[in-house]
Design a protein. Structure first.
Length: 95
C-alpha cells in the first residue's frame, strides 16, 4: 500500500481495496471450513459446550484418580505401620 501511495494512488481507495480483499479472504476461509451458513454461530456455540464438558470430565477424572491413589497409598502405609507395630498379628516378610 505504501508503494502504491508513493506512486500516486489515493489512500482511501487503497484502504477500500484492502478491506474488500480481507473480507473476501475471510469469506473464502469460512466457506472452506463450512461455517458460512446461518447456523454456524450455533454450531460454534455447541462445539464450545462439548469442549467445556470434555475439559470438566477430564478434570473430574484426574481428581478422582488422584484421590484414589492417595487413599491406596495411605491405606498401604497404615497397614505397613500396623504390621510393623505387630497390631495385626501378621508378620510381613522383611519386617
Amino acid at each position: 500500500m505504501a508503494q502504491a501511495h508513493a506512486s500516486g494512488a489515493d489512500v482511501v481507495t487503497l484502504h477500500a481495496l484492502a478491506e474488500e480483499a480481507s473480507e473476501a479472504g475471510a469469506r473464502r476461509a469460512l466457506t472452506q471450513l463450512g461455517l458460512i451458513d446461518g447456523g454456524a454461530g450455533r454450531d460454534i456455540a455447541e462445539l464450545r459446550q462439548v469442549l467445556d464438558a470434555w475439559r470438566d470430565a477430564r478434570r473430574t477424572l484426574r481428581s478422582a484418580l488422584l484421590n484414589w491413589v492417595t487413599r491406596v497409598l495411605v491405606a498401604g502405609l497404615l497397614i505397613g505401620l500396623a504390621a510393623k507395630l505387630k497390631l495385626l498379628g501378621v508378620k510381613l516378610p522383611g519386617l
